[in-house]
Write a protein that binds this ligand. Structure first.
Ligand code: C2E
Ligand code: CA
Ligand code: CA
Ligand code: CA
Length: 275
């Protein structure tokens, strides 16, 4: 009836309003978080699949909210992206990671996530160059993790930016491979050093026959192009065994280690790797 329809639309509108109210509150909290230094970087090891030694660490953002405690990036990054605040957050992350690379994590390789909006900024390369200089960071310690969603088709500007980053001495990784359109032509067109295969793909290894075949092709292709292949989100001994047998170069995931603090890494707590 008309009445029910109106009720439903009222409920819907109330729900939407509440959702938008929550987003606005989160947005305001995020701005404060930057000013009040509530963010923290954790680092998750990436190990060499052959030697099982740590190759590098991925910087992962954590937000220590004064009331809510640790808030997951999955919750706040979409809000920061929608408002544009992600650009300031990216800059904060890059600066902090460079400082760590030059101090507590000196000599270690770090990979740093970049948001699509950050990558699109006109002064993106300049900001990175300045931060590297200011912090005294060796660029060869740093890899940037980009996603294919930041590269539009035949993206000449994106390609030029990537070449500039390479000239600075940085490495580039293609993150979340296998989640988007994943045109294989991306791999030859853009100068990536590393392909990070998304966890969904790794999970599918134990579930779908086609995933095994596709994984083998990706590893072969990446190798043929001289890239390192990293498998993300490795959780089981079976996944690790398959990836090692099939010459995946590096493994990352809870099986190897959770993201750690700089202090934990500095104390060289040995990893409990069961693969
Ligand atoms: P991502 O770049 O794909 O990062 C990998 C995510 O997988 C991280 O989640 C990590 O904690 C999680 N992970 C690692 N090993 C495993 C595993 O074995 N199993 C499972 N289920 N998950 C695992 P996190 O830290 O919650 O980050 C989520 C996403 O938020 C990241 O995905 C990235 O897109 C974004 N993000 C995180 N930190 C930053 C940052 O500093 N800057 C930007 N722009 N984005 C970030
Ligand atoms: Ca990443
Ligand atoms: Ca990823
Ligand atoms: Ca992801």
């Amino acid at each position: 009836s008309k009445k029910t329809g109106r009720n439903i639309s009222n409920i819907y509108r109330t729900g939407l309003n509440q959702l938008m109210e929550k987003r606005r509150a989160l947005q305001a909290d995020l701005e404060k978080a930057l000013e009040e230094d509530e963010f923290e970087l954790y680092y998750q090891p990436r190990i060499n699949a052959k030697s099982l030694e740590i190759d590098s660490y991925e910087a992962l953002l954590r937000w220590n909210h004064p009331q809510k405690g640790l808030v997951s990036p999955a919750e706040f990054i979409p809000v920061a992206e929608a408002s544009g605040l992600i650009v300031d957050i990216d800059n904060w992350v890059f600066k902090r990671a460079c400082r760590d690379a030059a101090e507590g994590l000196k000599g270690k390789h770090l990979s740093i996530n970049v948001s699509p909006l950050g990558f699109q900024q006109r002064d993106f390369v300049k900001t990175i160059e300045e931060t590297l200089e200011k912090t005294g960071t060796d660029p060869s310690q740093i890899e940037l993790e980009l996603t294919e969603s930041m590269l539009i088709e035949d993206d000449e500007r994106g390609l030029a930016v990537m070449k500039q980053l390479k000239r600075l001495g940085l490495s580039l990784a293609l993150d979340d491979f296998g989640t988007g359109y994943s045109s294989l032509s991306y791999l030859s067109k853009y100068p990536f050093d590393t392909i990070k295969i998304d966890r969904n793909f790794v999970v599918a290894l134990g579930q779908e026959k086609s995933a095994v075949a596709i994984m083998k092709v990706i590893i072969g292709l990446g190798k043929g192009l001289g890239m390192d292949i990293v498998a993300e989100g490795v959780e089981t001994v079976e996944e690790a065994a398959f990836l090692r047998e099939n010459e995946c170069d590096q493994l990352q995931g809870y099986l190897i280690s959770r993201p750690m603090t700089v202090e934990e890494i500095m104390h060289e707590v040995p990893l409990d790797i069961r693969c």
